[in-house]
Design a binder for this molecule. Structure first.
Ligand code: ZN
Length: 212
Protein backbone atom coordinates (compact mmCIF):
# COMPACT_ATOMS: atom_id res chain seq x y z
CA UNK A 1 0.00 0.00 0.00
CA UNK A 2 1.30 3.43 -0.86
CA UNK A 3 2.09 5.57 2.09
CA UNK A 4 0.40 8.86 1.43
CA UNK A 5 0.02 11.38 4.26
CA UNK A 6 -2.27 13.48 2.09
CA UNK A 7 -4.80 10.70 1.64
CA UNK A 8 -8.18 11.82 3.04
CA UNK A 9 -9.09 10.26 6.38
CA UNK A 10 -12.27 8.67 5.04
CA UNK A 11 -10.32 6.69 2.45
CA UNK A 12 -7.69 5.60 4.96
CA UNK A 13 -10.37 4.49 7.42
CA UNK A 14 -12.20 2.61 4.67
CA UNK A 15 -9.04 0.60 4.11
CA UNK A 16 -8.84 -0.11 7.87
CA UNK A 17 -12.45 -1.30 7.90
CA UNK A 18 -11.72 -3.90 5.25
CA UNK A 19 -8.27 -4.82 6.56
CA UNK A 20 -8.10 -8.33 8.05
CA UNK A 21 -6.51 -8.70 11.49
CA UNK A 22 -2.84 -9.57 11.31
CA UNK A 23 -1.93 -13.23 11.28
CA UNK A 24 1.55 -14.73 11.25
CA UNK A 25 2.29 -17.02 8.32
CA UNK A 26 3.59 -20.57 8.72
CA UNK A 27 6.01 -22.29 6.34
CA UNK A 28 4.39 -25.62 7.23
CA UNK A 29 7.83 -26.85 8.24
CA UNK A 30 9.97 -27.32 11.32
CA UNK A 31 11.29 -23.74 11.21
CA UNK A 32 7.92 -22.19 12.03
CA UNK A 33 6.72 -25.13 14.11
CA UNK A 34 9.74 -24.81 16.40
CA UNK A 35 9.50 -21.02 16.52
CA UNK A 36 5.87 -21.15 17.61
CA UNK A 37 6.61 -23.85 20.22
CA UNK A 38 9.51 -21.82 21.55
CA UNK A 39 7.27 -18.79 22.05
CA UNK A 40 4.65 -20.83 23.84
CA UNK A 41 7.28 -22.40 26.08
CA UNK A 42 8.40 -18.86 26.97
CA UNK A 43 4.93 -18.21 28.29
CA UNK A 44 5.06 -21.25 30.54
CA UNK A 45 8.49 -20.37 31.90
CA UNK A 46 8.04 -16.61 32.25
CA UNK A 47 4.41 -16.19 33.24
CA UNK A 48 3.64 -18.92 35.71
CA UNK A 49 0.28 -20.26 34.70
CA UNK A 50 -1.05 -22.56 37.36
CA UNK A 51 -4.36 -23.48 35.78
CA UNK A 52 -6.73 -21.39 37.90
CA UNK A 53 -8.94 -19.07 35.92
CA UNK A 54 -7.49 -15.74 36.99
CA UNK A 55 -4.02 -16.93 36.04
CA UNK A 56 -5.17 -18.24 32.69
CA UNK A 57 -6.10 -14.70 31.69
CA UNK A 58 -3.05 -13.06 33.26
CA UNK A 59 -1.27 -10.78 30.84
CA UNK A 60 1.78 -12.25 29.08
CA UNK A 61 3.84 -9.16 29.85
CA UNK A 62 7.01 -10.82 28.65
CA UNK A 63 5.86 -10.15 25.08
CA UNK A 64 6.15 -6.32 25.17
CA UNK A 65 9.20 -6.69 27.41
CA UNK A 66 10.95 -8.86 24.88
CA UNK A 67 10.00 -7.03 21.69
CA UNK A 68 10.23 -3.34 20.93
CA UNK A 69 7.40 -1.82 19.00
CA UNK A 70 8.26 -0.96 15.40
CA UNK A 71 7.47 -1.72 11.77
CA UNK A 72 7.12 -5.33 10.65
CA UNK A 73 7.30 -6.49 7.04
CA UNK A 74 4.24 -8.49 5.94
CA UNK A 75 3.72 -11.31 5.29
CA UNK A 76 5.60 -12.25 8.44
CA UNK A 77 6.54 -15.87 9.22
CA UNK A 78 6.84 -17.34 12.72
CA UNK A 79 10.47 -18.29 12.23
CA UNK A 80 11.36 -14.74 11.18
CA UNK A 81 9.17 -13.00 13.75
CA UNK A 82 10.69 -14.56 16.87
CA UNK A 83 14.19 -13.32 16.08
CA UNK A 84 13.16 -9.75 15.39
CA UNK A 85 14.02 -6.89 17.69
CA UNK A 86 10.92 -4.92 16.76
CA UNK A 87 7.40 -6.06 15.94
CA UNK A 88 4.32 -4.05 15.06
CA UNK A 89 1.05 -4.14 16.98
CA UNK A 90 -0.45 -6.74 14.65
CA UNK A 91 2.47 -9.13 15.12
CA UNK A 92 2.49 -8.64 18.89
CA UNK A 93 -1.27 -9.21 19.05
CA UNK A 94 -0.95 -12.35 16.91
CA UNK A 95 1.70 -13.77 19.23
CA UNK A 96 -0.38 -12.94 22.31
CA UNK A 97 -3.36 -14.65 20.68
CA UNK A 98 -1.39 -17.87 20.15
CA UNK A 99 -0.10 -17.79 23.70
CA UNK A 100 -3.62 -17.49 25.11
CA UNK A 101 -4.92 -20.22 22.80
CA UNK A 102 -2.11 -22.47 24.02
CA UNK A 103 -3.28 -21.82 27.60
CA UNK A 104 -6.67 -23.17 26.55
CA UNK A 105 -8.63 -19.92 26.76
CA UNK A 106 -10.69 -18.33 24.02
CA UNK A 107 -8.70 -15.71 22.13
CA UNK A 108 -9.63 -13.60 19.13
CA UNK A 109 -8.16 -10.69 17.21
CA UNK A 110 -9.20 -7.14 18.10
CA UNK A 111 -8.93 -4.26 15.66
CA UNK A 112 -9.22 -0.73 16.98
CA UNK A 113 -9.38 2.82 15.73
CA UNK A 114 -8.09 5.25 18.35
CA UNK A 115 -7.84 9.02 18.63
CA UNK A 116 -4.37 10.55 18.69
CA UNK A 117 -3.16 14.12 18.35
CA UNK A 118 -2.11 15.30 14.89
CA UNK A 119 1.20 16.28 16.42
CA UNK A 120 1.88 12.78 17.75
CA UNK A 121 0.88 11.29 14.41
CA UNK A 122 3.26 13.67 12.65
CA UNK A 123 6.07 12.35 14.85
CA UNK A 124 5.08 8.74 14.14
CA UNK A 125 5.13 9.38 10.39
CA UNK A 126 8.76 10.38 10.68
CA UNK A 127 9.88 7.14 12.32
CA UNK A 128 7.59 4.67 10.56
CA UNK A 129 8.96 3.11 7.44
CA UNK A 130 6.76 3.23 4.39
CA UNK A 131 6.68 1.17 1.24
CA UNK A 132 5.44 -2.20 0.07
CA UNK A 133 4.51 -4.61 2.85
CA UNK A 134 4.12 -1.89 5.45
CA UNK A 135 0.61 -0.99 6.43
CA UNK A 136 -0.57 2.63 6.56
CA UNK A 137 -2.01 2.83 10.06
CA UNK A 138 -1.93 6.61 10.48
CA UNK A 139 -4.72 9.02 9.56
CA UNK A 140 -5.00 12.73 10.36
CA UNK A 141 -5.92 12.32 14.03
CA UNK A 142 -6.63 8.60 14.26
CA UNK A 143 -4.60 5.42 14.34
CA UNK A 144 -5.29 1.80 13.54
CA UNK A 145 -4.29 -0.61 16.28
CA UNK A 146 -4.54 -4.32 17.09
CA UNK A 147 -4.94 -6.21 20.35
CA UNK A 148 -6.31 -9.54 21.59
CA UNK A 149 -9.66 -10.43 23.16
CA UNK A 150 -9.64 -13.21 25.74
CA UNK A 151 -12.49 -15.00 27.43
CA UNK A 152 -13.12 -17.97 29.68
CA UNK A 153 -16.76 -18.47 28.68
CA UNK A 154 -16.66 -17.26 25.08
CA UNK A 155 -19.00 -14.31 25.72
CA UNK A 156 -17.52 -12.04 28.41
CA UNK A 157 -14.31 -10.58 27.05
CA UNK A 158 -11.30 -8.62 28.17
CA UNK A 159 -9.03 -6.87 25.72
CA UNK A 160 -5.27 -6.92 26.16
CA UNK A 161 -2.93 -4.61 24.30
CA UNK A 162 0.29 -6.56 23.71
CA UNK A 163 2.03 -3.45 22.35
CA UNK A 164 1.57 -1.29 25.43
CA UNK A 165 1.23 -4.16 27.89
CA UNK A 166 -2.06 -2.98 29.34
CA UNK A 167 -5.73 -3.92 29.39
CA UNK A 168 -8.04 -1.75 27.30
CA UNK A 169 -11.16 -1.02 29.33
CA UNK A 170 -14.71 -0.86 28.00
CA UNK A 171 -15.21 2.57 29.58
CA UNK A 172 -13.66 5.11 27.26
CA UNK A 173 -13.58 8.88 27.64
CA UNK A 174 -13.17 11.17 24.68
CA UNK A 175 -9.70 12.47 24.11
CA UNK A 176 -6.30 11.23 23.01
CA UNK A 177 -5.98 7.48 23.19
CA UNK A 178 -9.76 6.98 23.23
CA UNK A 179 -11.06 3.95 21.39
CA UNK A 180 -13.39 5.26 18.68
CA UNK A 181 -14.29 1.96 17.03
CA UNK A 182 -13.59 -1.68 17.76
CA UNK A 183 -13.99 -5.00 15.97
CA UNK A 184 -13.60 -8.26 17.89
CA UNK A 185 -13.35 -11.83 16.75
CA UNK A 186 -15.37 -13.98 16.45
CA UNK A 187 -13.76 -16.63 18.67
CA UNK A 188 -14.94 -19.40 16.38
CA UNK A 189 -15.49 -18.96 12.64
CA UNK A 190 -19.07 -17.89 11.86
CA UNK A 191 -20.03 -17.56 15.55
CA UNK A 192 -22.63 -14.83 15.93
CA UNK A 193 -22.84 -14.98 19.73
CA UNK A 194 -22.96 -11.48 21.21
CA UNK A 195 -19.81 -10.56 23.09
CA UNK A 196 -19.93 -8.62 26.36
CA UNK A 197 -17.14 -6.13 26.98
CA UNK A 198 -18.07 -4.73 30.38
CA UNK A 199 -21.55 -3.30 29.81
CA UNK A 200 -21.04 -3.05 26.08
CA UNK A 201 -22.45 -5.55 23.63
CA UNK A 202 -20.44 -6.30 20.53
CA UNK A 203 -21.39 -8.27 17.46
CA UNK A 204 -18.40 -10.44 16.57
CA UNK A 205 -16.73 -9.55 13.31
CA UNK A 206 -18.39 -6.13 13.07
CA UNK A 207 -17.06 -2.65 13.71
CA UNK A 208 -18.79 -1.00 16.67
CA UNK A 209 -18.63 2.70 17.43
CA UNK A 210 -17.43 3.38 20.99
CA UNK A 211 -16.61 7.12 21.12
CA UNK A 212 -17.05 9.92 18.62
ZN1 ZN B 1 9.40 -20.84 8.91
Amino acid sequence: MDFSPSLPDEITIDTWHTHPASCLSHHGQACCHNARNWLISQDYSLDTVGGIDSQLLSAPRWIPERYEWGPSPWPLYWCDAIGMKKLDCGALAAIAREVYLARGVEAAPVQLIQRLSSHAIGQLRKIWRDGPGYFNWLAEDKIYHEAVAVSLDGTRIQIWDATNGWWIGPTQTEGYGAVLQVKVGPFQPDSQQTLHWGDRELTPGSWTRICT
